[in-house]
Design a protein around this ligand. Structure first.
Ligand SMILES: [Zn+2]
Length: 395
């Protein structure tokens, strides 16, 4: 069994790679770095900066390291940079040599509004895949980040803003390695006799699919449309929007604070984050606190947009929601979908859902650099079509 799991996993790419024998996690030293007239810091949640070096009068380097190794080759970086007086510099990004550049840099002056750099402002060395960025600096701090910063504070503020409605509540279901809360957002009307489960941000850098798409799904379900109103009468929505708060706030490339990949923990449950979600879902179902789980989505980001689905839906699982949903989406959006079946023996969250509860589930992946309005619209369409199918198939 173990051999099959390993072979299966090694064949997968991007967000889906399994590693063993990891080195212990080294916490990032939080500080203001200074070289010549240039300053840079990592003193905010989500930051990742391990060093700054002046090479010559106009060239500087930032050093970026992973939390532990081995790890996916996806360097996450995020820092603020400024200078005493206005100056133009070339900023080189230096990762340990086995890691190639992945994310197009984004810029912000307030940490909230973000813009990707234009192609003319950066160069990616095709041989070494290192990033060089032309930058104008001044005394105003400028954020440079692999993706927008959607850290725990941002996500908790978002669920607080939703919890004003009387049918929406929050619960803390457990604690992370560093003691941060694992929160559940619960949308529940008294009439609901079924439930869906959404999981977000097991992997820290996965902003577009892991947070932006998840938020759009939830907002579509809370909208004042006929399909959403009917859905909320029938379905409770259980949203775990941030499974890995330690990894997210510490600017980890991939792992939790134990240096482990949470989306490889859904068989062994050795990590407190995945274990607390498992325990809550099982206990609540056993006690009748929640209704029967009908569908689950685990939200992620990869280099492209696709769905991971179950390689076979067991006959005992009726009715078949996934296939109908995919058909409807193709029709609505008039596009080909990238659907990737995966063995149910893999230790992924969505596989656990079907193995544990017999509920259908998918892993939803959006692309790193997809325009954020396109990410939101795709999620809105997928959510609308999912609600229609579930409304039809369940009482
Ligand atoms: Zn992922």
């Amino acid at each position: 069994m173990k051999k099959i799991i390993l072979i299966g996993v090694i064949l997968l790419t991007s967000c889906k790679t399994l590693f063993t024998n990891k080195t212990p996690l080294k916490p990032q030293i939080k500080k203001v770095f200074n070289e010549g007239i240039v300053f840079a810091d990592n003193e905010f949640d989500g930051a990742r900066l391990n060093g700054l070096k002046k090479v010559n009068d106009s060239t500087y380097q930032v050093y970026i390291k992973p939390e532990n190794t081995p790890i996916n080759k996806s360097p996450w970086y995020s820092f603020r940079i400024w200078s005493k007086e206005p100056t133009k510099i070339l900023l080189e990004f230096v990762y340990p040599k086995e890691y190639k550049h992945r994310y197009i840099p984004k810029s912000s002056f307030d940490g909230m509004e973000w813009m990707p750099f234009e192609k003319k402002d950066y160069d990616i060395d095709t041989l070494n895949k290192k990033l060089k960025l032309d930058l104008m600096l001044g005394p105003k701090k400028r954020w440079i980040s692999a993706q927008e910063i959607y850290n725990s504070k941002f996500i908790w503020n978002w669920i607080d803003s939703l919890s004003q409605k009387d049918f929406i509540n929050q619960e803390v279901v457990g604690k992370s390695v560093y003691g941060k809360p694992i929160k559940l957002l619960r949308i529940k009307k008294q009439t609901a006799k079924n439930a869906v489960v959404f999981i977000g941000r097991q992997h820290p850098p996965e902003i577009p699919g892991g947070t932006i798409a998840l938020m759009s799904f939830v907002q579509t379900i809370l909208a004042d449309t006929e399909v959403a109103k009917k859905f909320r009468e029938k379905f409770e929505v259980l949203v775990f929007p941030l499974l890995n708060p330690d990894g997210v706030d510490n600017g980890n490339w991939r792992h939790n604070a134990n240096g482990k990949d949470l989306n490889r923990d859904w068989i062994s449950f050795a990590q407190p984050e995945s274990k607390s979600v498992r325990d809550w879902l099982i206990n609540s179902r056993e006690k009748g606190v929640t209704s029967e789980y009908r569908f689950g989505i685990d939200f992620h980001t990869s280099r492209s947009t696709y769905l991971l689905v179950l390689d076979s839906i067991p006959k005992k699982v009726k009715p078949n929601v996934t296939n109908q949903w995919i058909k409807n989406i193709k029709l609505l959006r008039n596009e080909k979908l990238d659907i990737r079946p995966r063995s149910q023996s893999l230790p992924y969250c969505y596989n656990w859902m079907i193995n544990q509860f017999g509920m259908e589930a998918v892993t939803y992946e959006d692309g790193d650099e997809v325009d954020r309005n396109v990410v939101r619209k795709r999620a809105e369409d997928y959510a609308t079509e999912l609600m229609k199918v579930l409304n039809d198939k369940f009482e």
